[in-house]
Design a protein around this ligand. Sequence first.
Ligand SMILES: Nc1nc2c(ncn2[C@@H]2O[C@H](COP(=O)(O)OP(=O)(O)OP(=O)(O)O)[C@@H](O)[C@H]2O)c(=O)[nH]1
Ligand SMILES: [Mg+2]
Length: 233
Amino acid sequence: MSIEKSSKAARGTVQCENTNINLLKANDYVADIIKGEMRKNKTLLINITSSAGSGKTTLMQETAKRLKDKIKMAVMVGDLETERDAVRIRESGVQALQIVTGGICHLEAQMIHQVLPEYDLANIDLLFIENVGNLVCPASFDLGEDYRVTLMATTEGDDKPKKYPRMFLTSDMMLVSKSDLLPYLPFSVDAVVKDAREVNHKLEVIQISALKGEGIDEWCDWLLAKIKEKQSS
Ligand SMILES: Nc1nc2c(ncn2[C@@H]2O[C@H](COP(=O)(O)OP(=O)(O)OP(=O)(O)O)[C@@H](O)[C@H]2O)c(=O)[nH]1
Ligand SMILES: [Mg+2]
């Protein structure tokens, strides 16, 4: 791909028979409709992103266990194939629907909008979108979320924020996940936080282990505070 073409793709613009179709403009139009729905129903919408396997579904399961008796929570989850993640999340006792993208590497606002009628938003305080696992394409698509939360697993190496800056630039929170593995890995939390905050100085950070429970109470308190803000707005 030429440099010119790749920079166009980065802005979401595709050259098609001399017509420039701004894909992101169409996405943002639908994202605004989703935002309106969430505002009307006072539902907090969180977009969870990360590389493949950083612990998104495990975090959804642990969050559901802790919060499902306090608030009404639901999840929609995107994957290229299989319904496995939705099945895992449903086993934690919350509604979860799978969006199978059939090879597309990210979720788009139109996909979210299409499944929204399956959710009783008036009775949902917190709706998660678990995005397709990768740090590249999902960064470019606004899904109408209130907050974007990116997991950065200790197993991935601490150099990712500078290599995949757009994801960290567009996120509100970075969860440094799998912290239980820190004793075994050459991973510096200080280095990853420094790099991530050089990309985005407003980024909030919590260190978590969904497996051992570290940071999960702090994460749930953050969610509860954001739900309260949304409901009093
Ligand atoms: N050691 C450790 N392993 C974890 C932790 N959280 C998740 N895992 C493991 O990491 C693997 C991937 O976890 P998932 O929750 O499926 O990750 P994911 O981000 O949802 O993966 P995709 O949806 O495929 O992108 C599983 O084997 C989990 O058991 C953690 O806190 N510590
Ligand atoms: Mg998953």
